[in-house]
Design a protein around this ligand. Structure first.
Ligand code: SF4
Length: 361
């Protein structure tokens, strides 16, 4: 199991506001008991800053900077802990899958990727801390919308669109960002809030139609089975299984996105016949024990967002390359330590990779 964090005894005398202020100023210390609460509050503080701007004033350049700040704020808080593979489970499946998985768990404990705070599952809670517990129905609705916006769109851009919706609907409706408020918007109005995401026109149509279906067929809530979910316009199995896991606690399938599909193929976890995310899901589910089905998406997606990125893998700071666990590693990058030139390039990734870079300098 991953090692426990060192806890500072001094945190007990700090007020919550002061703790948050310290976190946002980059000088945080905190204890395990209040960690989750403080983490959520810190995110809210950032979200509130974003919400002070008019809906139309958020520029894409500004938002990416905000995203980086948020990831850095996260990195002050805690390691990113995913459970490792139980030794008994490693006997099934492709050779070395458990070694690879466990190395990624260790690497992911050293950085926060965009998916950790701005991925679909965490986004409603990032925008409104505690929403999943305080209003599960509203959480599920916002989760569905963030999933519908997410295809062909970076998490940071999706996050800005969700902030726009939250701000705009908060001004229009007493209940804020909820099904009732959204269903009163025209397609054009929805489009104006989400205009930075890929295929926004089509997604605005899908969202407007989905709102009507949820009201007329599902009593204003999200369906709790994959068959009904994938009948919603613009919603596929990847979104459906993630929605069931995070929204209903139902672990009935793996959410396979482009990163997981690409990397499962790279490590030969699936056969060359798995040419689509859906075929990849079926092959993965044939051997991966079910208790890893919900972790594998955020674990691998975060790795694919900043370490093994498409077309520019950072093999020199990847434990799989250094430990000869990946046949696709770039051998030139693995020669010698990380150079200053490479270090400056690595520092421009979508997350703070200092901890990994320092291992290989
Ligand atoms: S060694 Fe390189 S190609 Fe292989 S997983 Fe790591 S970053 Fe990707």
């Amino acid at each position: 199991m991953p090692s426990k964090r060192v806890i500072s005894p001094s945190i007990g005398v700090l007020t919550k506001k002061k703790k948050i202020s310290n976190i946002l100023n980059g000088s945080a210390v905190t204890d395990e008991a209040s960690l989750t609460e403080i983490k959520k509050e810190a995110k809210t503080e950032e979200a509130r800053k974003n919400c002070n701007a008019d809906d139309t004033s958020i520029k894409s350049g500004d938002s990416i900077d905000t995203a980086r700040v948020k990831v850095e704020v996260e990195s002050e808080l805690s390691p990113n802990i995913f459970p490792k593979v139980d030794p008994g489970d490693s006997l099934k499946g492709p050779a070395n899958w458990a070694k690879i998985y466990n190395e990624i768990v260790e690497m992911r404990a050293k950085f926060f990727a965009p998916v950790d705070s701005q991925g679909c599952e965490s986004m409603p809670n990032t925008i409104t801390p505690g929403l999943k517990l305080s209003d599960p129905k509203k959480y599920r609705f916002q989760l569905l919308i963030s999933l519908m916006l997410s295809s062909q769109t970076k998490d940071e851009v999706n996050y800005d669109a969700m902030i726009n919706l939250n701000t705009g609907l908060g001004k229009k409706h007493a209940q804020g960002f909820c099904l009732e408020a959204m269903s009163q918007l025209s397609e054009t109005e929805i489009d104006s809030y989400i205009c930075k995401v890929g295929f926004h026109n089509r997604k605005a149509q899908y969202i407007a139609r989905t709102c009507q279906i949820l009201k007329s067929e599902f009593n204003g809530d999200i369906p709790n089975n994959i068959e009904d979910i994938v009948r919603l316009p613009g919603v596929g199995p990847k979104m459906g299984y993630l929605l069931l896991q995070a929204g209903w606690g139902i672990n009935s399938g793996i959410g396979v996105d482009v990163h997981l599909h690409r990397l499962a193929s790279l490590w030969h976890w699936v056969s060359p016949k798995a040419t689509t995310p859906e075929k990849c899901r079926i092959e993965l589910e044939s051997w991966l024990p079910q208790n890893y089905w919900s972790d594998i998406n955020p674990l691998i997606v975060g790795f694919g967002q900043v370490i093994c990125v498409p077309r520019a893998s950072n093999c020199d700071i990847c434990a799989l390359g250094r430990k000869k666990l990946c046949s696709a590693a770039n051998k030139k990058l693995l020669k010698g330590p990380v150079s200053e030139d490479r270090k400056s390039k690595l520092m421009k990734q979508r997350a703070d990779l200092t901890n990994l870079i320092n291992e290989y300098l």
